[in-house]
Design a protein around this ligand. Structure first.
Ligand SMILES: Nc1ncnc2c1ncn2[C@@H]1O[C@H](COP(=O)(O)OP(=O)(O)OP(=O)(O)O)[C@@H](O)[C@H]1O
Length: 253
């Protein structure tokens, strides 16, 4: 018996004025493992991520998460339910330290929350200490232990990407949406990123990843390819690379 998909997109469309950025996009993301989303520039990948995470509403179609339509849920509600995303350009709190940045990933699930923390009650102090300890453990897991106390603005590109990943991980995701996590990284940094994604997936967290990077995309078990707002191919990396429509979309041949 196959289990229900974690995420199901049905006929999702998005119009910006008269322009159809997405046209009847349907696919599922199974629970567990890594699913990829590829496509040339402007094919609609970020628009689809924005719809799944709740930043924009689709013009048509539905997004179901854990078997339920989530169109009415805000970004925050989705994130509390374990649907956590990163951005093409890493969003890091520049003036906070690395560990403080990671702590912000967990605040939504603390009992007292950020505001109570500011009031400095004993309960909130204990909670902050526990949150900091957990964030430090995450820093070490993502090879950021040595720079945990450093201001985030001082990090080079590779560590910024890892920091964004660590912060998303601290938000306790069930489905992690990663938008171009290796963009701007060197080959060695991409290898480090790949290892961390494998580690996250091995803990049972499902990953949906957008990337242009064929090496990084090689870790996805199943890949969907968008072109001009439509899915033109779905399959393994080998199947996608062999597909004529994909070759035409990327190479124009
Ligand atoms: N808010 C908007 N208003 C109008 N058009 C938009 C808007 N957002 C996206 N588009 C258009 O929709 C199409 C898809 O854009 P999107 O950013 O989703 O593509 P992408 O595949 O993520 O591209 P890239 O790889 O360059 O990031 C593009 O033609 C883009 O210009």
């Amino acid at each position: 018996m196959t289990s229900a998909p974690l995420l199901e997109l049905s006929e999702v469309g998005k119009n910006f004025g008269g322009f159809a950025a997405l046209k009847a996009v349907s696919f599922t993301v199974p629970t567990g493992g890594i699913t990829g989303l590829m496509g040339p520039n402007g094919s609609g990948k970020t628009t689809l991520f924005n719809i799944i995470s709740g930043f924009i509403a689709p013009s048509n179609g539905t997004v179901a998460y854990r078997g339920k339509a989530i169109g009415h849920q805000s970004v925050q509600e989705r994130s509390l339910d374990g649907l956590v995303r990163t951005f093409q350009t890493p969003k890091v709190f520049e003036r906070l330290t690395v560990v403080e940045n990671v702590m912000t990933g967990a605040y939504k699930k603390t009992r007292s929350g950020l505001m109570a923390g500011l009031l400095n009650t004993p309960a909130s102090r204990r909670e902050i200490d526990a949150t900091r300890e957990a964030a430090l453990a995450t820093c070490r897991k993502f090879d950021l232990g040595a720079v945990a106390g450093k201001q985030a603005s001082l990090l080079p590109a590779g560590q910024r990407r890892l920091l964004e990943l660590a912060r998303a991980y601290q938000g306790d995701p069930q489905l992690l949406l990663l938008d171009e996590p290796s963009s701007g990284l060197t080959t060695t940094e991409i290898e480090a990123m790949t290892d961390k994604l494998r580690l996250i997936a091995s803990e049972g967290i499902t990953i949906l990843i957008v990337s242009h990077d064929m090496d990084l995309m090689g870790i996805a078990e199943n890949i969907h390819v968008l072109d001009f707002g439509r899915i033109i191919c779905s399959g393994s990396m080998a199947e996608v690379q062999e597909n004529t429509a994909v070759r035409e979309a990327y190479l124009g041949v």
